[in-house]
Design a protein around this ligand. Structure first.
Ligand code: FCB
Length: 450
């Protein structure tokens, strides 16, 4: 593994447009804990974590950062960073205890949380689905069942009716790729299925539920500003051989175009439909039109690019991900490639032209250590600075990027990796729940406040 050699660029806040949204990002299951309090019911992640061998350190989100009880302190941290926006998610299992009636205590919690943001000058950016489906809905098939689409729109209706007078920005889904593929194709995430046909049907229903939720948000929220957050990756060829380039195109099809094309009215890409054959989703009349509902912004979650080589024996894409040694990587093994962010931003703008783009997640995991009460995470600080610089370049080229949300405000429960991967600008000691602002967080604060 190589490490970077050149010094980090010098950035100041005024390099970016005024009115820019500067935030951090979290999600309910990863930080809240209090999994059995105030009427919250079981989610697919509670069930998944309880199965041996699913989570690297055998942990779960039962306690996590205990944010459910410590949220005032955590929002204080976000304010002290100088951020003006905060992205979080709303736990469906807190709201619909028995699946049909709304749990008042759950809604009360999010109302308090949102009011706490507003008091601190943080614009709320809730995500409506960040993977914690109520287990009761999974018992009926979960997202593979069309009924879940309608259960979701009922949930969205209840949340936006209650919070729509104070929350303008809404993100319907976080990373449909992960919901569908990690949850149902490679089985790394809840509910742990391993079936491409199920994964693609789930994906279709998730996209459909986005399309049906957008008009509901608009009906309940004055001046609604609504979009979806996609995890996209620049897909790069392992070599300049024609076979590798062709495999790269196929991978880009399922990773990126499979989501972007239908959301922007182009339908599912024909080349990928041909590759997946019988695993293609069942689609009913009017659904593609619903998915293509115009939105106010697109959320981009960017972490790393992928390198692809031809692999004729590996259906359905007949390619494979390769991991070259000679690149800089985070402790998680993810390639560090800030140019991938500017490349994706330019591409989204050029090929799809959303009204606005917000970088709704970007961040890195390193093996932090506390030394005399300090966390000197120089690598994460450098990752942050270089990605902001790449975003600055894209903005200078005219790409309408309007916000950046660092993943994450806090170290938290990193899904299948448990607590072994730290992404926070703030260190969390999970035994004592002490929070320590890392050097990366101090850099972000100085950049925002100075
Ligand atoms: C993204 C997820 C987020 C977090 C980061 C590291 O895929 O949306 O919850 O786990 O990865």
């Amino acid at each position: 593994m190589t490490s970077k050699t050149s010094p980090d660029p010098q950035l100041v806040r005024s390099d970016f447009p005024s009115g820019f949204r500067w935030g951090t990002s979290t999600s309910s299951y990863q930080i809240e804990g209090a999994a059995q309090e105030d009427g919250r019911v079981e989610s697919i992640w509670d069930r998944f974590c309880a199965q041996p061998g699913t989570i690297r350190d055998g942990s779960s989100g039962l306690v996590a950062c205990d944010h459910y009880h410590r949220w005032p302190q955590d929002l204080d941290l976000a304010r002290e960073l100088g951020t003006n926006a905060y992205r979080f998610s709303i736990a469906w299992p807190r709201l619909f205890g028995d699946g049909t009636t709304v749990n008042a205590k759950g809604l009360d919690f999010y109302e308090r949380l949102v009011d706490g943001m507003l008091e601190r000058g943080l614009e709320p950016w809730p995500t409506l689905y960040h993977w914690d489906l109520p287990q009761a809905l999974q018992e009926q098939g979960g997202w593979v069942n069309r009924g879940t689409v309608h259960a979701f729109t009922d949930f969205v209706d209840a949340v936006t009716r209650r919070l729509g007078d104070r929350v303008r920005n809404w993100i319907t889904h976080n990373e449909p790729w992960c919901t569908a593929m990690h949850g149902n194709w490679d089985g790394m995430h809840a509910p742990g299925n391993k079936d491409l046909r199920i994964a693609l049907q789930v994906c279709h229903h998730v996209l459909l539920s986005h399309g049906l939720a957008v008009p509901i948000v608009r009906a309940n929220v004055k001046d609604a500003h609504v979009g979806i957050a996609l995890s996209l990756h620049p897909i790069r060829s392992a070599s300049d051989k024609a076979e590798d380039i062709a495999a790269t195109y196929r991978h880009d099809g399922l990773r990126n175009r499979w989501f972007l094309d239908p959301l922007f009215g182009k339908g599912y890409p024909e080349d990928v439909l041909a590759l997946v054959g019988d695993a293609a989703p069942g689609i009913e009349a009017g659904e593609m039109e619903a998915i293509a509902v115009p939105t106010d912004f697109m959320g981009l979650n960017y972490y790393f690019p992928e390198k692809i080589a031809d692999a004729p024996d590996n259906p359905p894409l007949h390619g494979k991900v390769v991991h070259p040694q000679d690149v800089e990587r985070t402790a998680f093994g993810w390639e560090v490639a800030p140019d991938g962010l500017s490349q994706l931003l330019r591409r989204i703008d050029r090929e799809y032209g959303p009204r606005e783009i917000h970088v709704t997640e970007n961040g890195s995991s390193y093996d932090d250590v506390v030394d005399n009460g300090e966390v000197r995470d120089v690598q994460r600080r450098s990752y942050l600075i270089r990605h902001l610089d790449a975003m600055r370049e894209a903005i200078a080229d005219g790409v309408p990027v309007k916000g950046y949300f660092a993943w994450s405000l806090l170290d938290n429960f990193e899904w299948a990796e448990g607590y072994t991967r730290r992404f926070g600008l703030t260190y969390v000691d999970f035994d004592t729940q002490q929070r320590i602002l890392k050097d990366s967080g101090k850099w972000y604060r100085d950049f925002l406040v100075k």
